[in-house]
Design a protein around this ligand. Sequence first.
Ligand code: DAK
Length: 259
Amino acid sequence: MNIIKKYYGGVVVLQLNRPKALNALNTEVMHELVDIMQELDKDSKVGCFVITGNKKAFAAGADIKEMSDKSYLQMLGEDFFAGWEAFAKIRTPKIAAVSGYALGGGCELAMMCDMIFASENAKFGQPEIKLGVIPGIGGSQRLTKIVGRIKAMDMILTGKFINANEAMQSGLVSRIFTTEELLEKAIEVATTISSYSKVSTMIAKEVVNRSEELGLQEGVLFERRMFHSLFATSDQKEGMQAFTQKRTPNFGGFNNKIN
Ligand code: DAK
């Protein structure tokens, strides 16, 4: 079993479980993780995922041993690792809780999540250049969008690792915790997210993510139209009525019978 799945109410923690290989990401891990998440993505009771590893490694990259002997035609024919795009496309919010190494594909996996929390011992890097290759699961694109071209170029051309503080300063992580607290705090934040309407958390993700593709005018229009669309949901009524009535809202998400 490459993935350990645990439920905490509406939160599902998915722990990468190849400790002897520092959670290196192979094809089997990819299929296992993506299959679990695609199934749970449809479950209205699941409001947020936490993706994590262990204290030493979130994931030390794509599995070098799996890839090393492949030919160009095999890589092209299999469209090697294209399956990770399905991970990126999961609509339920997902938080990466990173302790230890998040390198190469591991850093890319974290960046395909919606938020990255790091423990004090976290190390991020895109060291593929040392292997005679380049990032292959979106690193050159996503890292550049997140930290900017000059910093991304420094990391990708030198292969150097950055620590949690530097990652925080660069906007790659949004919160740092002690290694002991990391998972608990990530579950706490995920529980908050899963207490909201899954309809609005999914739409919120969509509008933020579209900002990477659209110009400002189109993006603002898209946001406004999506904002309008939420007035077709019972959760908008519930959320606003609960505010006026000074009570906690009870969101139904996709379980609402009407609309
Ligand atoms: N793959 C396979 N095994 C790995 C691994 C990896 N990425 N990282 C570590 N391991 C294995 C080690 O081989 C070792 O196994 P045994 O020798 O015990 O059998 C075990 O994990 C423990 O590792 P170390 O003994 O090396 O542990 P240390 O604490 O000494 O060092 C380290 C930790 C993280 C600094 C070191 O293990 C390391 O440098 N690991 C490699 C990091 C790396 O280079 N990551 C990037 C991988 S390439 C694509 C194209 C390219 C890619 C993807 C897709 N497409 C065309 C779609 C490339 C992506 C990558 O991520």
